[in-house]
Design a protein around this ligand. Sequence first.
Ligand code: ADP
Ligand code: K
Ligand code: ZN
Length: 430
Amino acid sequence: MTAVETVPREELEKLQLARLRETVGHALKTPFYSRRLGGIGISRPEDIESLEDLKKIPYTSKDDLRSAFPYGMLSIPLDDVVRLHASSGTTGTPTVIYHNQHDLDAWTALSARSILCTGAQRRDVFQNMMTYGLFTGGLGLHYGAEAAGLLVIPASSGNTKRQFKLMKDFGTTVVHATPSYMLHLASRMEAEGIRLEDLALKKALVGAEPHSEDIRRKIEELFSIDVYNSYGLSEMNGPGVAFECVFKQGMHVWEDNYIMEIIDRESLDQVEDGEYGELVLTTLCRQATPLLRYRTRDITAVYPDKCPCGRTHRRIQRFTGRTDDMLIINGVNVFPSQIEEVIMAMPEIGTNYQIVVQKMGALDKLIVKTEVGKNIFTDDTRDLKALSSRIAENLKVSISINPTVELHEPGFLPVAEGKAVRVLDQRPRM
Ligand code: ADP
Ligand code: K
Ligand code: ZN
C-alpha cells in the first residue's frame, strides 16, 4: 500500500488544496475555463484560498466538453500531447480527453494502485478482456498492471474461445472484464469443454457497467473466485477512479487524484455522507485536460464509516443509476440521441423509430426498429436487406455497437402521444 492511501484526512485535504490550485492554474490556460473562471473573478491559482472555494466554480458537463471540441479544453501545446481517448457524446460529437506524459504516468500509478488494492501481486497473470482502443477500459488498466509487475495478456474483448485458450495456456489468475462478459464466459464454459479445474483463476476486476451485489456473488460462485468492482469514466481518465479493496464494501475513490462531491440532482447542493446523489469529480493530477466539478451523471452515496483496510480515501456505494438517458450496452455508453441522429440522416427512413435493449443470454442486445416507405416491401427482399445493413453499418460507426435492425411498414410502430417512448430497456432491473 502506498503511504498516500492511508494519509490522515487533514493532510489529504492539504494535498488536495495544493493540487487544486495547480489544476486551476492549468485550467486557466484553456479557452473554456479562462472564460468561465474569469467570469467569477478567478484569474490566478492563488484565488483559490481553501477547498471551500471550489464551490464557487460552476459545474462542468458533458455538453461543455462537446462544445469545446476539439481543443477548447486543452491547456498545453499540442506538441506535448501524447495520447487522446474519446467517448461518445450525446450526439455525433465525441468528448475528448488529451494526456501528456505526466498525465499518463499519474493514471498508470492510479491503476497500478487499484489493481494491488484487490490483493493482486507481481506473480499474477492478468488477462485484460476489456476493449483496447479509444475506449479507456483496455489501455487504462493495461499500463497499471505492467507497472504493478503483473504479467499482462492484452487479450482485448470478445472471442470467447480464444479467451479460454489464453486462460488455460498461461494460467491466468486475474481477469478484467465487464460483469456481463464474465457471466457470458460462465455460460459458454461447458460448450467450450472447459472445466473449472482447467483454470487458475482467482480474481475478476469488473466494471464499465452497473451490476448488483447478486451479480457479483453469482460470478464469484460460478468461477469460485473473488470479484472486485471497478469504476471509471473516460472524462476522469478511465478505470482507476475508484476501486474496491479486499473488504469488498464499496469502492475507494482515490481522493489524492480527485475531489469528490455528491450533489442533490434537483437542487445541485451537496448532500450529506450516506445520502444518494450525483457524483461530481474534479481532477487533481491532470495537466492537459483539467476538469473542474465534472458532473458524472452517476448516482451513488458515500459510506459514512471507515474501511477496515485502513485507507482514508472515502468509499462509494454501487451505482444505482444515472441522471440522464445514457444507456450502457455491454459496457459501451450509448445515448438515444446518437441513434436518432443516424436514423434521421437517412432519407429512406421515416421519423418513427424505437430502441429496444434486451438480454440475450448474459449479454445485452440492441434492436433498432424503424419505419420505411411501403414501396420497399416487395417480393424481392434484396433492397430491404441492403437498407437494414446500411443502417446497421452507420450505427456501428457512430456508437461502436452492432445493432439488429428491424424495418417496418409505416404505421407499425406505436404513434407517439405526447412524449414519445422511443427507448424500451427490457433488461431485468438490478
Ligand atoms: P469505461 O470504459 O471505464 O466504462 P466510459 O467513459 O466508457 O468508461 O463509461 C463510463 C461510465 O460507465 C460511467 O459514467 C458509469 O455510468 C459506467 N460505469 C463504469 N464503471 C462502472 C461500475 N463499476 N458500475 C456502474 N457503472 C459503471
Ligand atoms: K461504460
Ligand atoms: Zn478498504
